[in-house]
Design a protein around this ligand. Structure first.
Ligand code: IVH
Length: 693
């Protein structure tokens, strides 16, 4: 008899069959249709479950199991290519923590029978690009064929599309081997992907049939590579990185690193992040370094790859089934996961903006547990058609707020209604209106609305404004709910008793808050002005206003015309300032804050037109050797320049560092002068000299 917690063999076989079916279906959507139905992490989970069932019950492993082949079936529309050297897959280190690198090194050392005090193994550590594998065959230095991986043995001939990728050489120099198969990854840069989707959205909006947007850069790249019409493929900007070779007639290198150097010399793009790493310690350090860099890269990676550097050792290590023992992929925590929508709530922001937010069943994604994802606004919520009960893909990359990428429609079980925005504020019941041409609904309650009050206080107290240390979300919520703080000046009228009467407020904490409030009184005018939370007045605008006018009263009384004289201020910002200071209660708030002792040193008006770079617009792109982008932005703004986000005819200079992408192309196209770090510093230095004289 089976005990109750031991699954029956029948159940096991059924589960295996269900996994086969699910994995086949997802693989078809992914490889053949380029339309994944679930995130990779989910696929990996199902795959791992099947692998482990097959390991414990080998009798359930059949030749048609998804574990027995590398990828999808080649699509019939393309000519089939047989890879003379199979395109292999690499083992994935399941441990996403840094210790995964240690396990790999331990395995290698064991395979090589190395003792503890033998020298460390030399590896090459590379990025694991999130694109699609490609084999480029050169004969006598000429590109004769480009093929996808397919099932590893048979791929698809996509030469016509690959020829459209500018980064891939069509002809190699004289010294290239007679036969050379370069293996690497075709991918799409993130900025190219965004631009492509933007174009797709306008096509859809224009009613062009059969157009769609892409879920992520990898799918967009896969779709472009497998376009039947090379004309369309050419409009989808693709890039390439080489990471290895297949068949080669003469091998002139003895390490993987030298192979990569050779490929680079032959004109193939090789990622600059390739590093030699000695032993586990350096692999771990690489994993951590790239983990921090990941979101700043201009393209997606899903991990790093470690390879034994010596080709002799690679040969000694050999293969297990279809995977080399000498390489491993070490992934980072997935940035996309599946979860369900528990509710859709509408939150009210500082300026009254209503934001629909999907409340999610907690899910670990991008390194944190996520329970909320913004749906941005009514149009976005409609476009995604997220409904309560839905299974959705959530994405969290870097510090970007989590978002719902897509809904798994086939999993929708209920008939939950389409989400609509409320026409009254969910917090204060005031009317919520959407002005023409605006994407957002706004609560018209102003400071009558407790949600807006809370946000206004949090905004004022934040680090970048007057900074009241320790005054966080929960505390402000309590203060507003208890009615002890209604307006900003109320903060400075708080007494010890009122504070310590709040729930869970220890005497010591109450004292600390009072000290922090006291400390916040000495501030600067830009911080104070920014802290008032005037719509459209961000930190940079506040700084520009103060630089221009010097004193708060001058700003408060400036006319629309005077306001628009300021470098950073256009008609919308000017109107917002005027509207704000025309309201008596706002002026009263300022007066009361001053009366409570909030103070700053006022400056002199310095007409910003006197600044050396005023009227000049700069754009910064890529990674600069020494300066951070924000740092350079501040320096330029201090000299009166405007720093914009995209290159246009109005741009005076583009400052480009390494890895500059489409902005650099655009600048070349429009004839905008391009500066490197030294160039922009020279301009800034000149302006300093000018200031001194
Ligand atoms: S090496 C024998 N290096 O990851 C080793 N693969 O299963 C063959 N990939 O889809 C692969 N970046 O396209 C290698 N730096 C890198 C890679 C890389 C991405 C992809 C590859 C394949 C999968 C490996």
């Amino acid at each position: 008899m089976f005990s109750s917690n031991e699954p029956k063999n029948d159940d096991m076989a059924q589960r295996v069959a269900a996994l086969h079916q699910a994995l086949h279906q997802h693989a078809h959507s992914y490889y053949v249709l380029d339309e994944p139905t679930i995130p990779d992490s989910e696929y990996d989970k199902l795959f791992a479950e099947l692998q482990s069932l097959e390991e414990t019950h080998p009798e359930l492993r059949t030749s048609d199991s998804p574990t027995q082949r590398v990828g999808g079936k080649p699509m019939t529309e393309f000519a089939t290519v047989r890879h003379m050297m199979p395109m292999l897959s690499i083992r994935t280190e399941t441990d996403t923590e840094a210790s995964g690198a240690e396990s790999f090194d331990a395995r290698i050392r064991k395979e090589l029978s190395l003792q503890e005090n033998d020298t460390a193994v030399e590896y090459v550590a590379e990025l694991k690009f999130d694109g699609l594998a490609m084999s480029l065959r050169y004969e006598k230095g000429v590109l004769v064929r480009a093929a996808t991986r397919g099932d590893g043995e048979y791929g698809e001939d996509v030469t016509h599309n690959i020829r459209t990728i500018g980064q891939i050489p069509l002809k190699l120099s004289e010294n290239a081997p007679e036969i050379l198969e370069v293996r690497g990854e075709v991918y799409m840069r993130r900025d190219d992907f965004e631009a492509l989707n933007e174009r797709q959205r306008s096509k859809i909006a224009a009613g062009i049939k059969g157009e769609k947007t892409f879920v992520n850069p990898r799918n967009a790249a896969a779709g472009a590579v497998r376009q039947l019409d090379p004309g369309i493929a050419a409009q989808r900007p693709l890039s390439f990185f080489a990471y290895g070779v297949g068949e080669v007639s003469t091998v002139s290198w003895s390490t993987h690193y030298d192979l990569l150097k050779t490929l680079k010399n032959l004109g193939f793009p090789v990622a600059v992040q390739v590093n030699i790493a000695i032993g586990a310690t350096e692999l771990v350090a690489y994993h951590q370094k790239i983990g921090k860099l990941r979101d700043a890269l201009p393209f997606d990676i899903d991990g790093v790859v470690y390879k034994v550097n010596s080709l002799a050792l690679q040969q000694q290590l050999g293969f297990v089934s279809r995977e080399p023992r000498w390489a491993v992929a070490h992934k980072y925590p997935a940035q996309e996961q599946l979860t369900t929508v528990l509710a859709i709530e509408v939150q009210v922001g500082r300026t009254g903006k209503l934001t629909p937010v999907a409340k999610l069943a907690p899910v670990f994604v991008g390194g944190v547990t996520v329970t909320n994802a913004t749906l941005h606004n009514e149009d976005e919520a409609r476009r995604k058609d997220v409904r309560v009960g839905d299974t959705v893909v959530v994405r969290r990359a870097g510090d970007v707020i989590p978002e719902v990428v897509s809904v798994l429609l086939e999993k929708r079980q209920n008939d939950a209604p389409i989400f609509t925005m409320p026409h009254i504020c969910p917090v204060c019941d005031s009317a919520a209106v959407r002005e023409e041409g605006e994407a957002d609904y706004r609560c018209t309650g102003g400071l009558f609305c407790s949600a807006q009050r809370k946000q206004a206080i949090l905004h004022f107290a934040q680090k970048r404004a007057v900074e009241v240390d320790g005054l966080g979300d929960k505390l402000v919520e309590q203060m507003v709910e208890a009615g002890i703080v209604r307006t900003l000046p109320d903060l400075y009228k708080l007494g010890f008793t009122a504070l310590s009467d709040l729930d869970r407020m220890a005497e010591k904490s109450a004292q600390n808050i009072l000290i922090a409030l006291q400390n916040s009184k000495q501030t600067t005018l830009p911080r104070f002005l920014y802290g008032l939370g005037i719509r459209h007045v961000g930190e940079a605008t506040a700084k520009a206003l103060v630089k221009h006018f010097g004193k708060l009263d001058t700003i408060m009384d400036a006319t629309l015309e005077q306001l628009t004289q300021v470098a950073d201020v256009g008609p919308i910002v000017a109107l917002s300032l005027r509207t704000f200071f025309d309201q008596t209660h706002n002026r009263e708030v300022v007066e009361q804050l001053r009366a409570c002792g909030v103070s700053w040193t006022e400056g002199e008006a310095s007409s910003s037109t006197l600044l050396a770079l005023s009227g000049k617009t700069f754009v910064i792109t890529g990674t600069l050797p020494n300066l951070g982008r924000d740092e350079l932005k501040e320096m330029l703004e201090a000299a009166g320049a405007k720093v914009a986000g995209s290159v246009s005819k109005k741009t005076h200079y583009l400052v480009a560092g390494s890895d500059a992408g489409s902005k650099l192309d655009k600048a070349h196209e429009l004839g905008v002068p391009v500066l490197d770090e030294a160039g922009v510093l020279a301009i800034l230095n000149e302006t300093n000299v000018g200031d001194d004289s």
